[in-house]
Design a binder for this molecule. Sequence first.
Ligand SMILES: NC(=O)c1ccc[n+]([C@@H]2O[C@H](COP(=O)([O-])OP(=O)(O)OC[C@H]3O[C@@H](n4cnc5c(N)ncnc54)[C@H](O)[C@@H]3O)[C@@H](O)[C@H]2O)c1
Length: 385
Amino acid sequence: MNRKVRLGVIGLGPRGVYIAQLYARHPDCEIVALCDRVGPTVEQAAVALKSSANRYTDFERMIREEKPDAVLIASPPDEQVDIACYAMEQGVHVTTEVPAAYTMEQCWKLVRTVEKTGAKYQLSEQTRYWGFIDEWRRMAERGDFGQILFAEGEYFHYGEWDYYIDPQTGERFYGNALPPEGREVEATWRNKRFYNPIYYLPHTLSPLLKITGGRVTKVSCMGTRPRSYYVDNYEARDIEVALMHTSTDTVLRVAAGFTSPHGPRKETGFHWYQVKGTEQTAEWARTENDSPRLWTAADRQWREMDWSTNVRDVSDFIKASGHGSSDGWPVVNFLRAIREDKPIDMDVYKAVETAAPAILAAESSNRGGILLEVPDFRKKVPDHE
Ligand SMILES: NC(=O)c1ccc[n+]([C@@H]2O[C@H](COP(=O)([O-])OP(=O)(O)OC[C@H]3O[C@@H](n4cnc5c(N)ncnc54)[C@H](O)[C@@H]3O)[C@@H](O)[C@H]2O)c1
């Protein structure tokens, strides 16, 4: 393609507007349409983006009338699959926000629609592009770790995460465990889905699987009671911890929680990772004052390492993007894949390989920690048929 990618944006909450700003700044992209089901939200986004793109409250109409090359979908995550599949059926490439899906049926629908339509689908998971994750992946590829026996990670985030939206005005009411009195508001995905925080593990699984290779084959999960100890009247498990086994014979332990405060880590904030092999152990910084470390069996020494979230020698576009310079990568990768007709890095299989273990982990947690098998979405004959 010798012209700019014509992009439509669907879902103009805080995340949609932030990522749309990145696309708007990229020289290979032109935002042709903005869509949110709430009219005033579209108007506010157009002002924030200084955009004269056409404005819609109905995504089907937007796709029919604008015929964009691609859409960025940042609507609530449980609705993203239906919107994505509709767009792909119309011949439109799609990138969605995390998590890719919230049910196993949605995972299969996403995979089958990509296979049927040939459209490009990208999950915009960005922490997999942090500099130290790339370094650990190179170490794994070289065999520095030996056999990776164990890898773990966590995502503990807190700070007025839950909010309600007035569907007429788009007004948001932050920090409310219960709906504000006297207002006709709707619960958002955060109120509904953080009952099981483990749903939100793609930011942990995506980088870990990039390092280990393979996919999760079995999962079991436990959590605290489904009513927060920290936030009054909040129906959510404060912490859930999933144990997983991968096709590379690695055991993964992943923890998530969004309803109580935790000490941030250096550069990664509320994310933390460790990879333990027969030859080496790499560990991210435990505190903001700590350093990442490498332990080697050869000399039985811990060394402080200068690993960082930043990647050296990258464009100013990437350097200036959020989440430790990682938000720019999915933008650059998606536009390049469309313009040069190249494969997507974080494709539909990798996307559901981060979503399905989370969905099954939540089920396991709600059923007392039972062990569940994760289907192989790359198989030509699906397990569920
Ligand atoms: N990658 C990251 O670091 C990161 C960070 C924050 C959020 N996210 C993801 O981004 C997505 C959006 O997050 P948010 O905080 O902006 O959510 P939000 O709920 O605040 O905003 C979603 C917007 O989508 C609109 N919407 C709902 N249904 C729609 C439809 N059918 N058509 C058009 N618009 C529709 C809503 O009116 C709302 O304005 C979520 O999937 C979330 O998980 C990712």
